[in-house]
Design a protein around this ligand. Structure first.
Ligand code: NAD
Length: 289
């Protein structure tokens, strides 16, 4: 039976640590770190994510400057809001909750966020720094995965790592982070023929696709570390109740893997935590510490 990689407890530990540190900083600096989340429209999933982020901020004593815009907001209005937040001394982190309504250009807005306030680590400058191996703000979900590996002493150096999924949000930056830790990294995606042949090679296997049960037990090397980034809502046809599952057939893979993240309670809680950590680090950098 695989070791469970408990992202929920780890996330709580990191958040508790931030919560302990922040009052000292407030006493010294006269203000807490601040995060501004911009949300457009009423997408219920986005609204839930935003609430989650704002609540997490408040719980640890960070200021949250949420801005909620109607679905028909113009690019110009959002652009002005970002320009103001870039200048705002109280704000250390800015993020635009994606996806945005179709009439808006999300890439242009991401480019406009000041790279030092880019709490999500998705600005091209920060992605470029990652590519070059320079210090910079790292994107939250892949950073959360790396934090889990580190916390459980699962070394990457010399290991074969396979990342399934090549999005700019998860797969690509994660592959670069694993490479920076000296893994031998392979990326697989929707056009990879015989996915199982690739994943069976992995000492560390990451699934970041968004398809329940994509990774079945026969695709996993015995003893491998399996990180499930996927979040999928599936509905039980008999009860009509929905529940969250990952991309990995957890019930069976847990019997062959060496270690595995559950869904929920694995990578998910780490993502929000890395967002708080990024904001806190931006605050510290701004103060020159
Ligand atoms: P995305 O849709 O942008 O990318 C999915 C990737 O999967 C693509 O690169 C595609 O090539 C690949 N893919 C699609 N079908 C495939 C197949 N059959 N075989 C192999 N690869 C295939 O998604 P994303 O934003 O990267 O998110 C991926 C999943 O991770 C989603 O379930 C999302 O909800 C979840 N997610 C979770 C967190 C978290 O905090 N845990 C954060 C972000 C995303």
């Amino acid at each position: 039976m695989a070791q469970l990689l408990d992202g929920k407890t780890l996330a709580q530990k990191i958040q508790d640590d931030l919560k302990t540190k922040i009052p000292d900083w407030v006493a010294k600096q006269g203000r807490p770190p601040g995060l501004a989340v911009l949300m457009v429209g009423d997408n219920p999933a986005s609204a839930a994510y935003v609430r989650n982020k704002e609540r997490a901020c408040e719980k640890i004593g960070m200021a949250s400057f949420g801005k909620h815009f109607p679905a028909d907001t113009t690019q110009e209005t959002l652009s002005e809001a970002i320009a103001q937040l870039n200048e705002d001394e109280q704000v250390d982190g800015i993020l635009v909750q994606l996806p945005l309504p179709k009439h808006l250009d999300d890439v242009a807005l991401l480019h406009q966020i000041h790279p030092d306030k880019d709490a999500d680590g998705l600005h091209p400058l920060n992605l470029g720094r990652l590519l070059r191996g320079e210090q910079g703000i790292r994107s939250c979900t892949p950073a959360g995965v790396m934090e889990i590996l580190k916390a459980y002493d699962l070394s990457v150096a010399g290991k074969k790592a396979v990342v399934v999924g090549r999005s700019i949000l998860v797969g690509k930056p994660l592959a670069l982070m694993l490479l920076a830790e000296h893994g031998t990294v392979t990326m697989a995606h929707s056009r990879t023929p015989d996915l199982g042949a690739v994943t069976r090679e992995a000492d560390i296997l990451v699934a970041a696709v968004g398809k329940p049960n994509l990774i079945t037990v026969d695709m996993v090397k015995p003893g491998a570390v399996v990180i499930d980034v996927g979040i999928n809502r599936v509905v039980n046809e008999e009860t009509g109740k929905g529940r969250l599952v990952g991309d990995v057939d957890f019930a069976n893979v847990v019997n062959v893997a060496g270690a595995i993240t559950p869904v929920p309670g694995g990578v998910g809680p780490m993502t929000v935590t890395m967002l708080l950590q990024n904001t806190f680090l931006s605050y510290c950098r701004k103060l020159g510490v």
